[in-house]
Ligand binder design. Structure first.
Ligand code: SF4
Length: 253
């Protein structure tokens, strides 16, 4: 199957099954989404959704967050990963929003990345969700699942993954494809043991093709038999060596 065909099957399948996927993060406006996405780095959406209601209530505007001491913000987010750094990032982000961007979330990827805690992934999420820009954010799920399915080849960095997805995915699907890949990676194509047996897209997945097709299974079986044979040969040789060693000791005696 060619890469183009895989992309076609990917888009066809998910467009039908999940026409309107949305982020699992809870937010009410772009400022809150930016906060939630910064907090979600290396943390679960579920955990973030537990802390953000009180945080949003206490700091409803960029001005209120910019004026807060990081130690105070820390108290609201202490249960998320890296709370110290994230508290500093949130306050720093709000200060730049107020001082540089007139308290408006900027639309440009470069401008967004001027704020602490906002890397390329976060900037792409904001650009895509808030401004409907043709951008795709690559997080750990998007990176892994794209590679497994075969949407990317030899993409060793998130940026390389982003570039390949941008080339092959139809522009209008970039925003939703991000969610398709995240949700698929979170619930089926999980990091350690992907649930290939129940995966509905295994029929066009490159990883599945490599590891589960008849040829792949035959190869794996042959490899297993070879290992058993090798081990038997090794055991026989060990036995002979021991026997010879014993005989030479007996002869000396
Ligand atoms: S078949 Fe397996 S590796 Fe491929 S997408 Fe599905 S779960 Fe992931």
């Amino acid at each position: 199957m060619t890469r183009k065909e895989r992309y076609k099957h990917f888009v066809d399948y998910f467009s039908k099954q999940q026409p309107n996927p949305v982020t699992e993060l809870h937010y009410g406006n772009p400022f809150q989404l930016l906060i939630a996405v910064i907090l979600s780095a290396q943390c679960t959406d579920k955990r973030i959704n537990q802390v953000t209601p009180a945080l949003f209530e206490r700091y409803p505007t960029p001005q209120s967050l910019a004026a807060a001491p990081p130690e105070e913000v820390f108290n609201y987010i202490r249960s998320v990963s890296y709370p110290n750094n994230k508290a500093k990032h949130l306050v720093g982000m709000a200060k730049i929003l107020v001082d540089v961007f007139n308290s408006e979330i900027p639309a440009g990827i470069d401008d967004l990345q001027k704020m602490p805690g906002v890397g390329r992934k976060t900037a792409n999420v904001i650009a895509s969700v808030v401004f409907d820009a043709p951008a795709i954010a690559v997080d750990t799920h998007v990176f892994r699942v794209s590679n497994r399915i075969g949407l990317t080849t030899n993409a060793l960095t998130p940026l390389a993954t982003e570039k390949q997805l941008m080339v092959y995915l139809p522009k209008e699907t970039l925003g939703v494809a991000h969610h398709w890949l995240i949700l698929h990676g979170r619930y089926i194509c999980v990091a350690r043991s992907p649930k290939c047996e129940i995966c509905p897209i295994s029929w066009f997945c490159k990883y599945y093709e490599r590891t589960h097709t008849e040829t792949a299974l035959l190869k794996a079986e042959a490899l297993k038999l070879k290992k058993v044979k090798d081990q038997k040969r090794k055991n026989a040789l060990n036995k002979i060596s021991k026997e010879l060693a014993k005989r030479s000791v007996d002869n000396i005696g």
